[in-house]
Write a protein that binds this ligand. Structure first.
Ligand code: FES
Length: 248
């Protein structure tokens, strides 16, 4: 599916600019709960965008209208935020967002090769979805998991130390409905909509499941302990060299 076709499909599927009354009534209590967590209501915009994304799988104009109404913002203000952050989809996508890190370290460790391999295997381009509606492929920036490079994320769960072969098997399993376990964290994946609801602030109780930090992340700590290293006391730092402040 190319970009042009996808956009046309999206527009045809979204002629309305507001949620049906039933959806608004169902989401309003959740929105009020989220807004109540912040001293200024406009600060709740990011989780509210995740809430509407959990409803539709993406942030539609109707979703942005809902956020604007709840927060007393203009549609332009909501649109400016929704289009700035890449965690919000602007058009329908698959149940599983497969994000391949192609930032520097992952790229040199094989991320570019993985991304190209998945494009060929799935026959989609960046930000496109397979015809069965299961997988949306994205290239993503650094996932702060460089010690496990190259990294693939599915609905923001980590799949570490990937190769083109393991990544192709991963997307095949997702499309077939086979059980898939992230390398770290919970033992199974939730859907994109379910993940969006968690990001809106409704805990699914699984955030603490499984291994959180594996050996590569802990290697520095282990070495420091073995060698008796510790961070300098911030109250006892050596005096700055002359001109050091200006150089910053
Ligand atoms: S460069 Fe890929 S996780 Fe940092």
């Amino acid at each position: 599916m190319n970009e042009h076709e996808n956009t046309e499909t999206t527009e045809a599927a979204e002629p309305r600019e507001a949620f049906p009354a039933e959806v608004t009534a169902r989401l309003e209590p959740d929105a009020k709960e989220i807004i109540g967590r912040y001293p200024r209501q406009r600060s709740a915009l990011l989780p509210l965008l995740h809430l509407v994304q959990a409803e539709e799988g993406h942030v539609s104009k109707a979703g942005m209208r809902f956020c604007a109404d709840q927060l007393d913002l203009t549609l332009a203000e909501v649109n400016a935020v929704a289009t700035f952050y890449t965690m919000y989809r602007r058009r329908p996508g698959g149940d599983y967002q497969v994000g391949v890190c192609t930032n520097t370290l992952c790229a040199v460790m094989g991320g570019d090769e993985i991304f190209q391999s998945l494009k060929d295997h799935l026959e989609v381009g960046n930000s496109e979805t397979t015809g069965d509606g299961k997988v949306t492929l994205e290239h993503v920036e650094c996932n702060a998991a460089c010690d496990f490079a190259p990294v693939v994320m599915v609905n923001w769960e980590f799949f570490d130390n990937q190769t083109p072969e393991t990544a192709r098997k991963l997307v095949d399993d997702l499309r077939l409905g086979n059980d898939v376990a992230p390398t770290r964290g919970p033992a199974s994946l939730c859907t994109w909509k379910q993940a969006s609801r968690v990001l809106a602030g409704f805990d699914d109780g699984r955030a603490g499941e499984g291994v959180q930090a594996a050996e590569p992340s802990l290697a520095g700590l282990r070495l420091a302990r073995e060698r008796g290293w510790s961070a300098p006391d911030p109250n006892d730092l050596p005096p700055r060299e002359q001109g050091e402040e200006d150089a910053k």
